[in-house]
Design a protein around this ligand. Structure first.
Ligand SMILES: Nc1ncnc2c1ncn2[C@@H]1O[C@H](COP(=O)(O)OP(=O)(O)OP(=O)(O)O)[C@@H](O)[C@H]1O
Ligand SMILES: [Mg+2]
Length: 247
């Protein structure tokens, strides 16, 4: 898979509902380095999901340009539960592969491998309704990684998890990302989570969203959200992002 090339967004404007509607994003510029993990923070309603959906090709842009890494294909973990309830865990994971024409045997193998790396091998035949919320989130993450797209878009994929589960899945997520070297754009409203996962963090302004600040995360990896506050420089890094979100 070609994962080279940056994600480059120029002057992105998105209006919902045409003239007199809602302007969600206004002339947004963003550069994301190839292979990096880039988090997006911002107040509720500022257009974070809109940004992700435009890049996923689900809603049209009103103006602006977006250049995507590699062959331009993307994988997407939507906000909220996104598993198909009528498909087993392994079928959910294999779904995107099926759409891309991958054969049955390879689909099953790749789905099994990735479920295993997320600790779900014993639940591959279960339906989403038979899984816990944390397991369902992991299935949604597995499904996105399975297609091996050069750009992975994730919209608050861990926000429904308790702290302990979140920490475990964060570590699994970072391992998968480092293995595959894809570029990740990761929306969260949790500053500590952004500081745990990302190489860089961009904060969007209140609606209409544009990039108010982009900051490097100064902490060495591996990182652990439970120990983040003991890192030198944590208080300053947190405050900078917090104040940017407050506007
Ligand atoms: N389908 C839609 N039709 C009309 N307006 C929409 C639609 N989807 C979102 N909006 C509006 O666009 C703005 C941005 O919404 P968006 O979902 O991108 O915000 P968000 O930053 O993801 O918020 P949250 O943190 O709550 O998930 C909001 O004002 C919302 O009301
Ligand atoms: Mg959202």
């Amino acid at each position: 898979m070609d994962v080279s090339g940056e994600l480059s967004i120029r002057g992105l404007t998105v209006d919902y509902g045409g003239a007199g509607g809602v302007r969600a994003l206004q002339a947004l510029d963003l550069e994301v380095e190839p292979g990096s993990f880039h988090a997006i923070l911002g107040p509720s309603g500022c257009g974070k999901s809109t940004l992700i959906k435009v890049l996923a090709g689900l809603i049209p842009r009103t103006a602006g340009e977006a250049r995507l890494p590699g062959d331009g294909s993307v994988a997407y973990v939507p906000q909220g539960n996104s598993c198909f309830p009528w498909l087993r865990a392994e079928e959910n994971v294999a779904y995107g592969l099926k759409l891309r024409g991958v054969g049955r045997r390879e689909r099953a193998e790749r789905a099994r491998d990735i479920l295993k790396s997320l600790g779900l091998e014993q639940f591959s035949r279960a339906f989403p309704g038979q899984l816990s919320e944390g397991m369902r989130q992991r299935v949604a993450i597995a499904r996105a990684f399975a297609v091996e797209a050069p750009l992975l878009l994730m919209d608050e994929p861990l926000s429904a998890l308790d702290f302990q589960t979140k920490i475990a899945v964060q570590a699994e997520l970072v391992d998968l990302w480092r293995d595959r070297r894809c570029t990740v754009l990761y929306v969260t409203h949790d500053i500590d989570e952004a500081l745990t996962l990302a190489d860089r963090v961009s904060v969007l302004s209140a609606r209409p969203g544009r990039v108010a600040l982009t900051a490097e995360v100064p902490f060495a990896r591996p990182r652990h959200q439970a120990g983040l506050r003991e890192q030198p420089g944590y208080a300053a890094a947190f405050r900078k992002l917090y104040e940017a979100i407050e506007g």
